[in-house]
Design a protein. Structure first.
Length: 188
């Protein structure tokens, strides 16, 4: 689904600049232990806001992919170990996630993880079993009929870092730039 094969974290190639802006790696952490996926998450600060498509290209160039968050356990890990102010990464701005609308031939357009992964389903809500997600109330709402990419709100927009859908060409939202990136790397 990505269109390329990601590399392991140790094989990543972080450029000094990308698309005319500086790049600074803030750090990487591997999710390990019971219930983990064994993936590594790396945080980056860019010298200016980038739209989703540029962020995807940046991920491809580095060798990872725009973070996918397919379960509440993964979201909790990322919020605690990558996003929290205690990490020292200072990721307070809007951050793109790899969840976008895709038009499948013969089917309606639907949100899909860029890796083709499925959501983890919360079966405890039966008979209303739902995918585990962390969208803000009323989201995704496809405002204006053009919103097909998703992001984590900045801390000024939503302190609990919930998600929103937005047009993928945006480089800012609510006065906060998309100048911070989380890339994911499979270690299998």
């Amino acid at each position: 689904m990505l269109g390329y094969v990601p590399v392991k974290t140790s094989q990543r190639a972080v450029p000094a600049t990308f698309g005319g802006v500086s790049v600074s790696e803030r750090g990487c952490k591997k999710w390990s232990g019971t219930g983990s996926n064994g993936h590594t998450y790396c945080a980056y600060q860019l010298g200016g806001g980038k739209n989703f498509y540029d962020t995807f290209t940046f991920a491809k160039q580095v060798g990872g992919y725009v973070v996918t968050i397919t379960s509440n356990a993964e979201r909790t890990y990322i919020n605690t170990n990558i996003l929290a102010n205690t990490t020292g990464y200072n990721l307070n701005n809007n951050i793109w996630i790899g969840y976008n609308k895709v038009a499948y031939p013969g089917n309606s357009t639907e949100f899909t993880w860029i890796t083709g992964e499925d959501w983890t389903i919360d079966w405890t809500t039966s008979p209303n079993s739902t995918p585990q997600s962390f969208f803000a109330t009323g989201e995704p709402n496809n405002s204006g009929g053009t919103e097909g990419s998703c992001h984590i709100y900045s801390t000024s927009g939503n302190a609990s870092r919930q998600w929103n859908d937005l047009i993928g060409t945006s480089t800012t939202f609510n006065l906060s730039a998309f100048d911070q990136v989380i890339l994911e790397f499979n270690e299998d």
